[in-house]
Design a protein around this ligand. Structure first.
Ligand code: AMP
Length: 400
């Protein structure tokens, strides 16, 4: 059973200093977005912004009252605003983005006390994300005790990757007993792309597709018949491509060197790898691709070139895992909006049969579109992702 037509679905995506929300209304087809917004600057200077479905601002960075400045105050403020606009209508279900489902959760799950305690056991696997995903679940259990909540996992899409693609070359017990294995992330985005691919390209949906989710966090996944079989992110969301501020893959020996010879402690190394590296660290300018493209600094160019070259190399690796490639999909902030990065990646994939149509690549649109030339062996697409809609769909179908 799902929620009934016209019932409301609240989607929450919480991080360490922000909580994003999207409010959907159920319909006979897909849930329809009504409002979205966020509380940001939690613990520093919390502000609330809300927009309608057409992106028009209804509330612009309004100060959230309170002295604790925490997630609890931010969520109460957000709910009060939502209650004002829904005018007595009830929220039927709340869907949460939860970064890590470990080996236990490979499907969305209705939250119970037992589920919360299982999620808490996963905190060591994603210490920077999981606690912030759990906090709003607990707060909302108190604020809206009658509304079912559903946890939707970023790892779930990858849970059925072949075992070989989940392992590291560590002693086998580490994967079995300690859960040290490659999980993969951005799964809600990949699942959304897999859900729309059949309407866009039946051959790609039945065949071999590499998806590049390029945003502030970036990863890539290999899809065989729309199922994930390999991905660039692993045990944490640090592996694979360089990102806005994260290194991407790095020789584990470098970490030992930082520890043993540069005498950095674990916190300093964590900060370096997660917050000071990637596009920001390499360029010394910004983590935002737009700033790097606007700069004439050689280091900005170096950072972009490194980002592009890692995408090209990972495409080769994922195409090998798939034993060929029928389609390449770009999505997320950079993938959807940055024609220069797409052109640079595709220019180095000619050997694989990729030919881009420059005019099609230059089109700016919020719609899915093909950007490859007629004679390209590999079909190349830009497909805007929609992780919030994916969570709304999952929350909707999960509640009994
Ligand atoms: P996301 O994490 O998916 O929201 O993506 C955020 C990133 O997308 C930003 O950090 C920007 O680097 C990038 N981005 C957004 N718009 C553009 C654009 N027009 N050109 C280049 N990069 C963009």
């Amino acid at each position: 059973m799902t929620t009934k037509q016209n019932e409301l679905i609240l989607v929450i995506n919480a991080g360490s200093s922000s909580i994003k929300f999207s409010l959907f209304e159920n319909s006979a087809a897909d849930p329809v977005l009504l409002y979205k917004g966020l509380a940001e600057g939690i613990y520093v200077d919390p502000k609330f912004t809300a927009k309608d479905a057409s992106d028009a601002k209804l509330v612009s960075a309004e100060a959230i009252p309170g002295s604790a400045k925490n997630h609890d105050e931010a969520l109460r403020h957000m709910l009060a605003w939502i209650n004002g606009v829904i005018n007595g209508r009830k929220i039927a279900v709340i869907g949460h983005r939860v970064v890590h489902g470990g080996t236990k959760f490979s499907q969305p799950v209705v939250v119970t006390a037992e589920v919360v305690s299982e999620l808490e056991k996963l905190i060591p696997l994603a210490p920077l994300h999981e606690p912030h995903n759990i906090t709003p679940i607990k707060i909302l259990q108190g604020l809206l005790p009658d509304v079912p909540q559903v946890a939707c996992f970023d790892t779930a899409f990858h849970a059925n990757q072949p075992e070989l693609n989940q392992l590291y070359g560590l002693p086998y017990e580490f994967s079995q007993q300690e859960g040290i294995r490659r999980y993969g992330f951005h799964g809600l985005s990949y699942e959304y792309i897999a859900s729309v691919l059949p309407q866009i390209d039946a051959r790609a949906a039945e065949g071999r597709t590499v998806v590049c989710h390029l945003g502030n966090g970036s990863s890539m996944a290999a899809l065989q018949a729309c199922k994930g079989i390999a991905s660039t992110m692993g045990f944490t969301a640090l592996e694979g491509l360089p990102m806005g501020t994260r290194t991407g893959s790095i020789d584990a020996g470098v970490v030992l060197h930082l520890l043993n010879h540069l005498k950095m402690d674990a916190k300093q190394i964590e900060d370096l790898l997660y917050k000071k590296s990637g596009l920001l660290g390499m360029s010394g300018i910004s983590s935002d691709m737009r700033d790097l493209e606007a700069s004439d600094s050689p280091r900005a160019k170096l950072a972009i070139d490194y980002f592009v070259s890692r995408i090209v190399r990972e495409t080769g690796s994922l195409a090998a895992a798939l034993q060929g490639i029928d389609a390449l999909v770009f999505t997320a902030g950079i993938g959807e909006n940055d024609a220069l990065t797409r052109a640079a990646v595709c220019a180095q994939l000619g050997w694989l049969g990729v030919i881009v149509d420059p005019a099609a690549n230059a089109v700016r649109s919020g719609e899915p579109r093909r950007i490859s030339a007629e004679d390209s062996k590999v079909a190349v697409y830009v497909i805007p992702t929609n992780e919030e809609l994916m969570i709304a769909r999952q929350a909707n179908t999960c509640v009994a």
